[in-house]
Unconditional design. Structure first.
Length: 98
């Protein structure tokens, strides 16, 4: 696995974890991008949008369009992956106790 793949998997896990902490388990992609940058993921808005779409394809989030803003909602399956109760290839597993 390449370093770029490791970063992608970690970024997807962090997105799920951020949503798990968000009020009503949802946030727009601009807020998620800011949260990712705070967690040392120097990513573009396009990467966040792409990851949100990929996570939606896996059934881990739902994405809805409100005007020009995309709102991402964590699903029950996504919460299980964020907590390490389920595994999805392409998303890093959380480290226990961290």
């Amino acid at each position: 696995m390449s370093f770029a793949d490791l970063l992608t998997e970690d970024r997807r896990l962090v997105l799920l974890c951020l949503l798990d902490l968000a009020p009503a388990a949802q946030a727009n992609t601009y807020v998620l991008a800011s949260g990712l940058r705070e967690m040392a993921h120097n990513c573009s808005q396009d990467q966040v949008e792409t990851d949100a779409a990929w996570l939606a394809e896996q059934g881990l989030v739902a994405v809805k369009e409100l005007e020009s803003v995309r709102v991402v909602q964590l699903t029950a399956r996504g919460a299980d992956v964020a907590a390490g109760r389920a595994r999805v290839p392409g998303v890093k597993r959380p480290v226990p106790g961290v």
